[in-house]
Design a protein around this ligand. Structure first.
Ligand code: SF4
Length: 341
C-alpha cells in the first residue's frame, strides 16, 4: 500500500566504485569511489533534490537508481504500484521490465534525446508500444492528451523535433516520460540546457504535473535556484556522500553542515545560482584519492584533528520551525558545537 508516509523509494548504502587502470607510464591505478554509501528516501508526491559540485557523484546516483549502471553494492527499494517493495539493484533487465513504466527519466539535453527521424506522435507513442500497446486509436488518444498536458497542441504531433525550440523539445521529452503514467521520475539537470526564461516555464510544468499525476521526482541539479524553486527536500552531496538532508526552505535558511554553509555563503545571491568548484576556498579533492576522515576537512573552517581520522556518519536531528517538528540529517562530527551552541 502507498500512503504519503511510506517512502516510494529508499536508497540504502548505495555504492558505485570504478576501477582505474594505470597505463604503462602511469602509476594511477586504484578505485574511484564515485558514490560511496548514499542513503535517502523519497516519499510519494515529493520532489527530492540532489545538489553538489560537479564530480560529487549526484549524476551517478541517478544512473544507478535507474540501473543505467549496475551499482557496486547497496539497495534501491521501490514501493511498486501493486504494493510490493522490491530491490531494483539485483534485478535483471527482464525482471525490471514490468516496472519500467512506473519509473522514468527526463533527459538533460532536449536536442539529442529525441529521434530526428520520428514524428512527435511516434516519439510519444513509442514507450506505450514497447509496453505492449498496439491499438492505434488508444495510442493516438494518449499522445494527444499528453502533448496538451505539457502546453503544446495536438497539431504538433505530426511534426518532427527540428521544428521545435529547445523549450518545446523539453516539453515533448516530458510528455514522453509521462505517457506510461509513471510514479517516479529521475530528472538529471533537466533544465540546465535551456535559457533562464524557458527554464522557469519548464519548472512550472514539472511542478504542475507532479500534483496532477501524484508524481515523485529525484531532481539532480547544480543550480541552487532551480532546486530552491522545485524541491521539497534536498540532499547535499560531497565527494560521493550525502552530507546534509533537510526540507528545502530550512536548508537554505539554516544549514546544518559546514559544506552547505560554505555553499550558501559563497553564493549569497541565489540568482547567481550555479555551484562552481572554484567558488569555495580550497581545492576539491581528487575522487581517486579522497582525504581520510571527513572528506571536507581540507576546506572546512571548523576542522579539528578528529576530522582527519574519523569519517562522520549521517546523523538525524529534530528541530522546530514555526511550531512544526522537522527532521534533518547532517554528517559532521561537530554539529552540536557549531550550530546548536
Ligand atoms: Fe568540518 Fe570536521 Fe564537520 Fe567535516 S566533520 S564538516 S571537517 S567540522
Amino acid at each position: 500500500m502507498n500512503d504519503n508516509t511510506t517512502p516510494l523509494v529508499e536508497v540504502e548504502g548505495l555504492q558505485m566504485h570504478f576501477s582505474m587502470k594505470g597505463g604503462a607510464f602511469s602509476r594511477r591505478a586504484g578505485v574511484i569511489k564515485a558514490v560511496d554509501g548514499v542513503d535517502f528516501k523519497i516519499f510519494p508526491n515529493e520532489t527530492f533534490g540532489l545538489v553538489g559540485e560537479s564530480g560529487c557523484g549526484k549524476t551517478t546516483v541517478g544512473r544507478a537508481i535507474l540501473k543505467a549502471m549496475q551499482p557496486t553494492s547497496g539497495k534501491v527499494i521501490y514501493n511498486s504500484k501493486n504494493g510490493g517493495k522490491i530491490d531494483l539493484v539485483p534485478m535483471t533487465n527482464k525482471e525490471l521490465r514490468p516496472f519500467r513504466q512506473e519509473i522514468q527519466m527526463i533527459f538533460q539535453d532536449p536536442y539529442s534525446s529525441l529521434s530526428p527521424r520520428m514524428t512527435v506522435q511516434q516519439i510519444l507513442e513509442e514507450p506505450l508500444r514497447l509496453a505492449g500497446h498496439a491499438d492505434k486509436e488508444y495510442l493516438y488518444e494518449q499522445a494527444k492528451e499528453m502533448i496538451q498536458q505539457v502546453g503544446l497542441r495536438s497539431s504538433h504531433l505530426m511534426r518532427y523535433p527540428h521544428a521545435f525550440s529547445g523549450g518545446q523539445r523539453q516539453r515533448i521529452g516530458i510528455a514522453r516520460s509521462l505517457i506510461t503514467r509513471p510514479r517516479f521520475i529521475v530528472a538529471d539537470e533537466a533544465v540546465s540546457a535551456l535559457d533562464v526564461s524557458v527554464q522557469a516555464q519548464i519548472l512550472e510544468i514539472l511542478a504542475e504535473l507532479k500534483n496532477k499525476f501524484n508524481l515523485s521526482y529525484l531532481f539532480i541539479s547544480h543550480d541552487l535556484s532551480v532546486v530552491k524553486y522545485l524541491c521539497d527536500r534536498v540532499g547535499v552531496m560531497y565527494l560521493g556522500r550525502i552530507v546534509e538532508v533537510a526540507p528545502t526552505d530550512i536548508l537554505f535558511k539554516t544549514p546544518l553542515h559546514p559544506y552547505t554553509e560554505a555553499l550558501m555563503h559563497a553564493i549569497p545571491d541565489i540568482n547567481e545560482r550555479q555551484i562552481r568548484s572554484d567558488i569555495l576556498a580550497g581545492e576539491i579533492p581528487d575522487a581517486a584519492n579522497p582525504p581520510s576522515g571527513c572528506a571536507f576537512h581540507n576546506r572546512c573552517k571548523y576542522a579539528k584533528d578528529k576530522c582527519q581520522s574519523e569519517t562522520p556518519k549521517l546523523r538525524e536531528f529534530t528541530d522546530t520551525f514555526n511550531g512544526k517538528e522537522i527532521f534533518r540529517q547532517s554528517a559532521c562530527h561537530f554539529v552540536e558545537e557549531i550550530y546548536y551552541k
